[in-house]
Design a protein around this ligand. Structure first.
Ligand code: RBV
Length: 428
């Protein structure tokens, strides 16, 4: 397997035009990212990241690019590649690569070999800090470049799946440097996972298919933060929402929210659309495909393309063809057509027209990333190897910046209230 991949600029025909368009996308996004704007002013002046090399594997598009540039303008050398072969915007990647402190290896549509070769190219910069969305870089560093670990200060992880994998690695005693679970902060998951996933997944499916949500039976697999967002927004678009869950309290929560809760075997028969958000594999399989209606839409909003079992679907299909850009029809021998959107990869980023989450929510997620990278630089030696919660005061600070930008004022505890909340001796 090849262990290096050239920067994006060497893969494009008209690099100058790509850079200009990428910059235009970044500028638009930044106008809606007040947190990154505020932090950028601070970091540009203070250069807290001077001397650090930050290796990143994230969705390379306009919002992410603004985080990358903030880190570089704060003094870091940054090397980045994608965390999904279909989510990269080459023009944005090229705009980043033009920056003197940034190398971008992200190119859309790379095969598996080039995808991993690009990660190796990033790791070749010998990062002192890693920022991942899905943990691919941490894995490569631990398995193939363990000699780098000694000089790595720490890392940050963006998404639920990555944090889940990291916790499993930590429990095995295999995680050898500290990593912040950025995903788990209120400022990230109450907004990005709920509103971001809900809005961008539904918008992408609607635009990709040119179909309506109204009156559709929409099956949401998994009622975690992402599933809650998808269910809520689909209900808001007049769909009939059906939830599938394996966790009894979440199933009950969905039931009490007014959604129909069914096992997938029953839900699949009723579905007009199935959207998976579980983070687990084989959620939709052969037995379900056999029962589905003609024309059903199948999409995934989880990090990896393992939720809808495409091998099973391919086995059953007598024909496969591209029905529209980003939609592949699998024809069954009885004539039914089952339509898979964006190859079963996370639909809000991997479909041809996908743009990822809205700028406002990514501003929050990336604001948390930025303050976490700073915390690693300032106080990294205070954290042991393993997964760490983000210090609450950092998350609160990001919230305050956003509230300020929105012009929203809020109350503070009085001294008496603070004392009351901190004491157990008060009674009636
Ligand atoms: N996500 N990134 C974007 N840059 O447009 N959109 C979504 C973007 C992140 C989100 O934070 C989620 O946790 C992760 O992608 C899943 O890979």
């Amino acid at each position: 397997m090849s262990t290096s991949y050239a920067p994006v600029s060497e893969h494009l025909d008209d690099v100058e035009a790509a850079r200009a368009e990428g910059r235009r996308k970044m500028d638009w996004a930044l106008q809606h990212m007040p947190i990154l704007t505020a932090l950028r002013e601070e970091y540009e002046a203070e250069k807290p990241f001077a001397g650090q090399t930050i290796g990143m594997a994230m969705h390379v598009e306009a919002k992410t690019a603004n985080l990358v540039e903030l880190l570089a303008d704060g003094g870091a050398e940054v090397a980045i590649t994608g965390c999904n072969p279909l989510s990269t915007h080459d023009d944005v990647s090229a705009a980043l690569d033009a920056h003197e402190n940034i190398s971008s290896y992200a190119v859309r549509g790379v095969d598996d070999e080039d995808y991993y070769a690009a990660i190796h190219s990033v790791v070749a910069h010998e990062p002192t800090i890693t920022v991942d969305d899905g943990m691919d870089m941490v894995k490569v560093v631990h398995e193939e470049y363990p000699e780098l670990i000694e000089t790595i200060v720490g890392g940050c992880e963006e998404t639920t799946t990555g944090v889940h994998r990291l916790r499993a690695m930590d429990e095995d005693g295999a995680l050898e440097y500290p990593i912040f679970a950025v995903n788990d902060t209120p400022m990230k998951r109450l907004f990005d996972n709920i509103h971001g996933t809900g809005e961008s997944s539904l918008a992408t499916i609607a635009m990709t298919t040119n179909l309506s949500w109204a009156s559709k039976n929409v099956v949401v697999a998994g009622y975690g933060y992402c599933g809650k967002g998808v269910a809520k927004k689909a209900a808001g678009q007049n769909a009939n929402v059906i939830v599938t869950e394996v966790e009894p309290r979440r199933a009950l929560e969905a039931h009490m929210e007014g959604y129909e809760v069914l096992p997938m075997a029953e839900a699949a028969e009723k579905a007009d659309v199935i959207l998976t958000t579980t983070g687990n594999r084989d959620v939709v399989t052969r037995e379900h495909f056999e029962q589905m209606k003609d024309g059903v839409l199948l999409a995934n909003a989880g990090h990896f393309d393992i939720e809808v079992n495409l091998d099973d679907l391919d086995d059953l299909a007598v024909d496969r063809y591209e029905a529209r850009d980003g939609v592949e029809a699998f024809e069954m021998d009885d004539g039914r057509r089952l339509n898979v959107i964006a190859e079963g990869r996370l639909v809000n980023l991997a479909a041809p027209i996908a743009l990822g989450h809205p700028a406002e929510v990514m501003d929050q997620s990336f604001g948390v990333q930025a303050v976490c990278v700073r915390e690693l630089v300032d106080n990294g030696d205070e954290y042991d190897a393993g997964v760490h919660d983000v210090p609450d005061e950092l998350d609160r600070r990001v919230a305050e910046i956003k509230l300020d930008a929105e012009g929203v004022d809020h109350d503070e505890l009085t001294d008496e209230q603070r004392e009351y909340m901190g004491s157990w001796q008060h009674g009636t």
